[in-house]
Write a protein that binds this ligand. Structure first.
Ligand SMILES: *Cc1c(COP(=O)(O)O)cnc(C)c1O
Length: 408
């Protein structure tokens, strides 16, 4: 008689976890208001300006500039911070593609740094070692919503004269020592893409305390215009990356209920960490009192195959899914192994271009281990469940471990 659902046993649960997105009458009413107003673009309507004000206030930033995606936010924040051709930017190897592709799009060169496996964020010690002469900027990614070590990175930036662009695309409301992420350096970038904890399907925002960065971000996202200029006057090479009023209408409603949801996710993340600390073969990420608020975009834990009959991570994730837990393996490879970086395929039609860095020479062991062997993810919607939903997660992991021999 098999026990694992994978082999025909009863799954730990059949009920789904909370679906995402969550919406209410507020989204629908705001959208109807925008439709009826006939002011569908942010150059005529007022919803985008209101969202910029409210989101930047939430992150204690003086300025917010909405754009059409998190990827665009990163590219424009880099340009607005005067990072471009001739610059090299430190980026973690374990992050979404956009963290590094935006650097290339801005005309600069990403240089990959390994993560600290205990936090899954860029390792400050390795970042310092990677600070050779050409490095002019640093992109800490607050991965999964956990702030990178901003004590270390602000100190490193000061010492080396580096600019900081925070990739906070997963870190709405996250705090480092009581201070919201996004304004530790020149700018912080957030995403509102479908999977994100605040979403309008697509969208992004740049926050900053620097008036020049804000002004240039606006210009680069709005056809090179200037606040006092004429509509057909263009001062910089800006495209049209503006957000629509429909997006802002939805985002205002999402933001209003965000902090409550964030607290639920954070509570469940802390609870899972506590419960899983007692499960053999599972290593939770290190807790750090300096992380005073966590967006919990992902819950990440480390799988140790020795405790699971030596079975590979992929088999474990499949077994968990069959038990009714929507776990995932996350990124399969470090960014420097992506074909576009291996081939420096940055030209038109993905043609290879001459490049000062050979990405085939990178080797980040902690990132490679996270991708191939250890890191298992649960997405933010799972963390909106109840305490008993979290107990099911723990029970399923423990069940798979007990019957690990049944895994393929
Ligand atoms: C989602 C994400 C982005 C890109 O945001 P989009 O809105 O999808 O363009 C960038 N960096 C990280 C870490 C992300 O998770």
């Amino acid at each position: 008689m098999a026990h694992l659902a994978l082999k025909g046993g009863d799954p730990v649960r059949r009920a789904p976890f909370p679906a995402w997105p969550i919406w209410g009458d507020e989204e629908i009413e705001n959208l109807a208001t925008v439709v009826r107003s006939g002011k569908w673009g942010c150059t005529t309507g007022s919803f985008t300006a209101e969202f910029e004000r409210k989101f930047s206030a939430y992150h204690s930033a003086a300025y917010g500039v909405c754009v059409n995606s998190g990827t665009t936010a990163l590219r424009i924040a880099l340009l607005a911070a005067d990072i471009g051709p001739g610059d090299r930017v430190l980026v973690p190897a374990y992050t979404f593609f956009a963290s590094a592709s935006a650097v290339v799009e801005a005309g600069a060169v990403p240089v990959f740094v390994d993560i600290d496996p205990a936090t899954c964020t860029i390792d400050p010690r390795l970042a310092e070692e990677a600070c050779t002469d050409g490095i002019t900027a640093l992109m800490p990614v607050h991965f999964a919503g956990r702030p990178a070590d901003m004590d270390a990175f602000t100190a490193l930036a000061r010492k080396r004269g580096l600019k900081i662009i925070e990739d906070a695309a997963q870190a709405w409301g996250s705090e480092w020592r009581g201070r919201k992420v996004g304004t530790f350096g020149e700018a912080g970038c957030f995403s509102f893409q479908s999977s994100k904890n605040i979403t309008a399907g697509e969208g992004g925002v740049i926050v900053t305390n620097d008036e020049v960065v804000a002004r240039m971000a606006r210009s680069h996202s709005n056809c090179g215009r200037r606040p006092q200029g004429q509509w057909y006057e263009h001062f910089s090479l800006g495209g049209n990356s503006r957000m629509t009023e429909f997006q802002s209408a939805v985002l205002l409603a999402q933001l209003a209920r965000y902090e409550g949801q964030r607290k639920t996710r954070e509570k469940n993340l802390l609870y899972l960490n506590e419960r899983l600390a007692g499960v053999q073969g599972i290593q939770t990420l290190e807790s750090d009192p300096r992380v005073s608020a966590h967006s919990a975009h992902l819950f990440i834990f480390r799988y140790k195959r020795e405790a699971f009959a030596g079975k590979p991570k992929a088999a474990f994730v499949r077994a968990l899914q069959e038990e009714g837990i929507p776990a995932s393996s996350g990124y399969a490879d470090p960014l420097y192994n992506q074909p576009v970086f291996v081939n420096t395929a940055f030209g038109p039609r993905g043609r290879s271009v001459p490049w000062p860095v050979d990405y085939r020479s990178f080797h980040c062991p902690a990132t490679e281990r996270a991708c191939r062997e250890e890191a298992v993810w649960l997405t933010q919607n799972v963390l909106l469940g109840t305490g008993s939903d979290m107990d099911d997660v723990v029970e399923a992991i423990d069940k798979v471990r007990t019957h690990a021999g049944e895994m393929e």
